[in-house]
Design a protein around this ligand. Sequence first.
Ligand code: SF4
Length: 381
Amino acid sequence: MKTARVIPLVQQRPAGPLLPEHSPGTFADAAGLVRDQMARPLRDLRISVTDRCNFRCSYCMPKEVFDQHHRYLPQSDLLSFEEITRVAARFVELGVRKIRLTGGEPLLRRGIETLVAQLAALRTPQGEVLDLTLTTNGALLSRKAQALRDAGLQRITVSLDGLDDAVFRSMNDVDFPVAEVLQGIDAAVAAGLGPIKVNMVVKKGCNEGQILPMAQHFKGTGVALRFIEYMDVGSTNGWRMDEVLPSSEVLALLRSAHVLHPVAGTHSGETAERFVHAGALGQADATLGEIGLISSVTRAFCADCNRARLSTDGRLFLCLFASQGIDLRALLRQGASNEALRQAVASAWYGRDDRYSELRSQLPTAHAPSGQRIEMSYIGG
Ligand code: SF4
């Protein structure tokens, strides 16, 4: 039997420091900001607040794996809101300017508004407000939108994998109706949680027929619609390259029905290639809403990835495709000082050289490279 060739997905770094010297033990530069081994700043923190979800999307939490026997993290393992806020404050001191709440499904975490209010009160060392957002499957959004806004949430991203009710129900695999998610989006718009982003994961053979209906539905609504390539996240979704519809083909399909103008990125670390619709005279018209393509498989964006991830049980992960994390909860519960927490985060980030998608794209891969990667339902997208 041909043994699988294991290719190490670690960067063969040249010897010697890549970055300007930093004062011993601080890992941060003169401005107090920390950069990793590829000089990427720590800018974006994704916090998973629960490993539970009320959907069973096959590309993230396949039902046959996450079945009635699946054991979720016990409550005592989860970081409390106070612990999350204390850790998040250290990240902000080191350069984080954007916090995204994820899951599982974050709106399942009881009292999530309380956490939102605590995080919304954080300020940068310069006294600035953070960009505080949340990603949800929208199932509970119509009930929660206003309370989240009142608590200080600024924006929201809704995952929606199709408009056709039958396709949507098969994608979430719990027979949840699309109408309720669309009502949730309307409630978020009414609550002022805009600009709303809608993310659609495209899985070939499942929902690519929804690309044009989604683009038409959200055109003119001001919603930014993003199409995400199906990724080999975790180790349970049975990922195959032939189920990936490359963004280049998604764009070609969109352009068969719409005139789209490319838009320049606004900041480093942006994951989407952005386009706006043409207006009546053919000019770029941002008021008609945006279309984005997130191409982790065919056009990796690791070069300026500035995202760290905190799991719901307090582990720091440096990449969506990581297999190991740094246990910050242990430090917290051992009574570590804020300085010790900051050092732990700074040294982890300083030593980071992750670029999984970039390395994967150099592999002739039909199936996911081997290795036990963390589940997206545990760490958030
Ligand atoms: S694969 Fe890892 S390093 Fe690359 S963009 Fe994704 S999270 Fe960042």
